[in-house]
Design a protein around this ligand. Structure first.
Ligand code: GUN
Ligand code: FE
Length: 431
């Protein structure tokens, strides 16, 4: 067993931080957490002094250990557009900036150049689990999955399905999808796994949606897509699927809503009927507040989702979201919820720091397995934070964590543990 001493901070529940000041966490040989202590029991302490016991102690002193972050919605091929092209709303933004960039991923050399930087940046920001949209291109998508494996990080990687209302050079067919999934070896114990990824209803014909629903069931794979992000998009879906009662109903119709574990990003305009459908089908909503601000999409009613028992995780939605760090998404989730509170005349309460942190760690992590907090039995996926330059006076630990979330960044991360393995910096260059 390996034992680490540090200030150990996580959110086993949304309502409060669990803080072990000068605490200890024990991890077994398989990378699972076996103990969490305020003070190390005497028998363990003596074992750490006996080399033959197999128990080692590493002291991190005044540093903080927190769970690694989970980004449940991000577009790898949009990485080059980070911070660009945020002067349009969704549908214009897709046509003008996003589709042309994604079409470039037909070139595997280009894909490798950008995807290496993308995986490197997730590592840098301490996001060790992510659910990723790739493009329609099978070779580039397989390459992206390989880069995640090489980096030693967990991910869902989705080949995007799109066969209508898209440029000619950014469409695939149902045959392409069938061939791709037949070519994969799918191992449910793998840390990098495929996820069924219809782009959104306007991009997919009923044939494509039907097939993707069937494949999700046949291979028992999770599903991710976009839902009720923007008003023009929602109107368009009503025209395309006139026999549905809401946007989510269109996914449901094709077996893409909760038949297997499902992520739906945005939900800015989900009303009662849609919320009921999401809850009944155990869908996880991925809240992307940076994206929703940049594309002027709207404010997702996160408090109402939580009150209705709908699981919520957070996503950067790069490059509609302009920043890869989940710290910024936590911060925006809180800030946007405060504007929502003010606009509701104080009727809808805003998110607390512990709630937003929970969404970015334990809630997102539950989609991958037992990760996202330091509960016993979870895998040890953690960040060692050295905030010494922020902590120049006497700050309490809750205040140190708050300052790290609001004004800290990747420079504060000293070690990234994935299943207790310290991850080395992934190569940006192909060497
Ligand atoms: N809806 C369909 N495609 C996209 C995308 O790439 N980004 C966002 N934010 N919404 C979408
Ligand atoms: Fe998106």
């Amino acid at each position: 067993m390996q034992i680490y001493q540090a200030h150990i901070i996580d959110t086993p529940s949304p309502t409060r931080f669990r803080i072990l000041e000068n605490g200890y966490v024990g991890v077994d040989d398989t990378g699972h957490i076996v103990g969490l202590w305020h003070q190390l029991p005497d028998d363990l302490m003596s074992k750490t002094q006996d080399k033959s016991s197999g128990v080692t102690l590493t002291c991190f002193g005044d540093k903080m250990l927190i769970p690694a972050f989970c980004d449940l919605h991000v577009h790898a091929p949009q990485y080059r557009n980070l911070g660009l092209a945020l002067d349009e709303e969704l549908l214009e933004w897709l046509n003008k900036y996003t589709f042309p960039e994604e079409a470039r991923f037909a070139d595997i050399g280009y894909a490798e150049r950008i995807y290496r930087r993308f995986v490197h940046e997730l590592w840098m920001q301490g996001t060790l689990h992510s659910s990723v949209f790739a493009t329609i291109h099978p070779h580039s998508t397989t390459l992206l999955a390989r880069l995640f494996r090489q980096a030693g990080m967990g991910a869902y990687v989705g080949l995007v399905g799109m066969d209508r209302n898209s440029p000619d050079n950014l469409r695939n067919t149902t045959e392409d999808i069938i061939n791709y999934y037949q070519s994969l070896t799918i191992d449910s114990n793998d840390e990098v796994r495929p996820i069924i990824t219809p782009r959104f209803i306007p991009s997919c014909t009923p044939q494509m949606l039907t097939l993707l629903g069937q494949i999700a069931q046949q291979y028992n794979l999770p599903v991710q897509s976009h839902l009720s992000e923007n008003r023009s998009e929602i109107e368009w879906v009503k025209q395309l699927e006139p026999d549905t009662v809401c946007y989510a109903d269109a996914y449901r119709k094709y077996g893409l809503l909760g038949t297997t574990p499902t992520l739906m990003a945005h939900c800015c305009y989900s009303e009662e009927k849609e919320m009921g459908m999401l809850r009944d089908n155990k869908v996880t909503i991925v809240h992307c507040p940076t994206s929703n601000s940049n594309l002027a999409s709207g404010i997702a009613p996160v408090r109402t989702f939580l009150d209705n028992g709908i699981p919520v995780a957070l996503g950067t939605d790069v490059s509609a979201g302009h920043y890869m760090s989940m710290l910024r998404v936590i911060q925006y989730a809180i800030q946007v919820s405060k504007l929502h509170y003010a606009h509701s005349d104080g009727k809808i309460s805003y998110l607390s720091m512990s709630e937003a942190f929970y969404l970015a760690t334990k809630s997102g992590g539950s989609f991958f397995g037992k990760t996202g907090s330091f509960d016993i039995g979870n895998t040890f996926d953690a960040l060692l934070i050295d905030d010494s330059y922020l902590n120049y006076d006497h700050y309490s630990l809750p205040h140190r964590l708050q300052r790290y979330v609001y004004i800290g960044d990747d420079r504060d991360i000293r070690i990234r543990f994935y299943h207790n393995q310290p991850l080395t910096k992934p190569n940006i260059n192909n060497d």
